[in-house]
Write a protein that binds this ligand. Structure first.
Ligand code: ATP
Length: 352
């Protein structure tokens, strides 16, 4: 058995004159929870629809379980989809909705009943099978849609912004539940969102999409702490960028000259190449260890409950940095401080 549940090979998708995605080569590991993350129009739904068979690629192949599925209609693929609007049947009961896929596959009645009960129990709706769709809440509808998609035991479950219609608190709760359910059933989940916090909360692997291309892919922690590009660093959370050029690079260490001084960072690059250093706001400190970036003046402050965020301008420059400090480290506007950063928190990014 191949290790990949899904593979995209040299995929390109055009809609008339629009190139929705191109140069897509991606392997989705069996049993993993993969999140396609990116801004609006970056090609996330196109990739999902290519797996589900709702559209056919202009070029390239889609493999599911190692088999080329080009030309195979959605109903014949080992995939099911949870849509943002859930697409439930309003005239059927909760159990009737969940049983739908089993009925069309002619699964015997007693077997249907058993599987529907198991699926409803899995999503925490064991007692609501007889209710009509209009008699349950938005969060419960979301669970019915999930149960309906899982009950047919697909190889891949596709989720298109399934939590988009829920309020923030319910959304966070459903994220945890989705992750727990995925681990329990072991099905490969491919989930589309533009919410980076959601992606970090649920994914084993995040695939960052930008303008029809895959910008980066990997585990959430690596993508956040060591983004490969300025786009990824800016899209996954906030980042400060210092532009510079490479003075020297050898044995995995690079010296970069910037407007505010020289920094030694991990990574390699060609001497003279333009590069960018990325620093997360929470990695800037006002005391302790680390290289001093310079003395700065605090120009804006804001309290965010869990932390303080402020802007500081480095004296004698136009370099303004976003800084995030703990709840009890409030600074007054106009304060003069020294900002520091530890070498491992500076990330080297090519500017090309
Ligand atoms: P969103 O987060 O807004 O749903 P997305 O990342 O899912 O965006 P896609 O829906 O995959 O993006 O769209 C990628 C590109 O392809 C966009 O430029 C979009 O306008 C275009 N596109 C998608 N579907 C069609 C279509 N059926 N006809 C024409 N253009 C389309």
């Amino acid at each position: 058995m191949t290790k990949s549940a899904v593979e995209f090979i040299d995929i390109e998708m055009h809609f008339a004159d629009t190139v929705a995605v191109s140069g897509i080569n991606l392997s989705i590991k069996r049993g993993s929870f993969v999140v396609l993350l990116g801004p609006s129009g970056s090609g996330k739904t196109t990739l999902l629809n290519l797996i589900g068979g709702f559209i056919e690629p202009t070029r390239g192949q889609v493999l599911i379980d190692g088999k080329n599925v080009n030309g195979i209609p959605p109903a014949k693929r080992p995939t099911t989809t949870v849509f943002q609007d859930y697409a439930l049947f309003p005239h059927m009961s909760v159990a009737g909705n969940v049983a739908f896929g089993l009925r069309v596959r002619h699964v015997p009645n007693n077997e249907q009943k058993k599987r529907v009960n198991n699926a409803l129990e899995l999503v925490g709706l064991a007692n609501l099978g007889d209710r009509r769709i209009h008699e349950i809440s938005g969060g419960q509808r979301q669970r019915v849609a999930l149960a309906r998609a899982l009950v047919v035991e697909p190889t891949v479950l596709l989720l298109d912004e399934p939590l988009g219609a829920l309020d923030m608190k319910l959304r966070r709760q459903m994220q945890e539940e989705l992750k727990a359910i995925q681990k329990r059933v072991g099905t490969t989940f491919v989930h589309v969102t533009h919410d980076q916090e959601e992606a970090m909360a649920i994914a084993d692997t995040i695939v960052i999409m930008n303008n029809g291309f895959i910008e980066d892919q990997g585990e959430p922690k690596r993508i956040y702490l060591k983004p490969v590009s300025r786009f990824t660093a800016g899209f996954m959370g906030e980042s400060n960028f210092l532009d510079g050029s490479v003075v020297y690079s050898s044995a995995g260490l690079t010296v970069v000259e910037t407007q505010i001084g020289r920094f030694e960072v991990e990574g390699t690059a060609e001497t003279g190449a333009p590069v960018t250093l990325s620093i997360r706001p929470e990695h800037l400190k006002i005391s302790g260890k680390g290289q001093v970036l310079g003395s700065c003046k605090v120009t804006e402050t804001g309290f965010f409950g869990t932390h303080y965020q402020f802007k500081a301008i480095i004296d004698g420059t136009k370099t303004s940095l976003q800084v995030r400090l703990g709840q009890k480290q409030m600074l007054k506007l106009g304060s003069e401080i020294n900002l520091r950063v530890e070498p491992e928190d500076l990330v080297l990014i090519s500017s090309l």
